[in-house]
Design a protein around this ligand. Structure first.
Ligand code: SF4
Length: 210
């Protein structure tokens, strides 16, 4: 609730607004004429007062608020001090870095940057290795922890897993023992990727019920 002190000027403003509103003939959903009260101007008042230098605790007293948080809740602008602090940070950072770092990339470099992200797409998902770093895992994506599997490619991943199981059985049957170990590592990778997809799907399903 607002106190009655220091509202004279604001009342004059409100009276003008009320007259303007009456002239519009606007009505609420029940057909009653719209009306303003001082309380309707609390955000304008608190914001304008504080932004023009009135200390927040004085605004609190004027408004009759028990807690300062209530008053500050009506100050409906992003805290200027936050913006100022961020600008100061950017200025300091620019001052501490050589200006060459801010040069515009050439067309060639920009093209290489964009092409890099296209080259990270693989059949069962996306490679998440950092920009400019070559694959150090011999493109064995099924085994690689940097692969982010794509839900749409789950059937393909199941096919790879089943094929690995069949190849392990064949290798054991034929006595190709040297191949079994590597196939098992790939099988563990495929199963891990499937579990990753299922866990993500379960997470999405449970969020849908929140
Ligand atoms: S093996 Fe790993 S790092 Fe290499 S392309 Fe596949 S996901 Fe990327």
């Amino acid at each position: 609730m607002f106190g009655s002190v220091a509202w004279a000027g604001f009342w004059a403003f409100a009276a003008i607004e009320v007259n303007a509103l009456a002239a519009t003939g606007l009505a609420n959903v029940d057909g009653e004429a719209l009306n303003f009260s001082p309380h309707d101007f609390r955000r304008i008042f608190v914001t304008d007062a504080i932004m023009n230098g009135l200390p927040p605790h004085i605004a609190q007293v004027i408004c009759g608020h028990r807690h300062i948080d209530t008053t500050m809740g009506y100050k409906v602008v992003y805290p200027a001090e936050t913006i100022e602090a961020h600008r100061a940070f950017i200025t300091r950072r620019r001052a501490s870095r050589p200006s060459e770092e801010y040069r515009t990339p050439t067309e060639e470099k920009w093209g290489a940057f964009l092409a890099y992200f296209e080259r990270r797409k693989v059949s069962i998902g996306t490679c998440a290795r950092a920009f400019g770093i070559p694959c150090v895992h011999e493109h064995a994506c099924v085994r690689c922890s940097l692969l982010r599997p794509e839900p749409a490619q789950r059937a393909r991943l199941v096919g790879i897993r089943d094929n690995l199981i069949a190849r392990i059985a064949e290798a054991e049957r034929e006595g190709w023992i040297g191949e079994v170990e590597g196939l098992r590592v790939s099988l563990a990778g495929a199963e891990e990727k499937l579990a990753q997809l299922d866990a993500a799907q379960d997470g999405r399903s449970s969020k849908a019920f929140l």
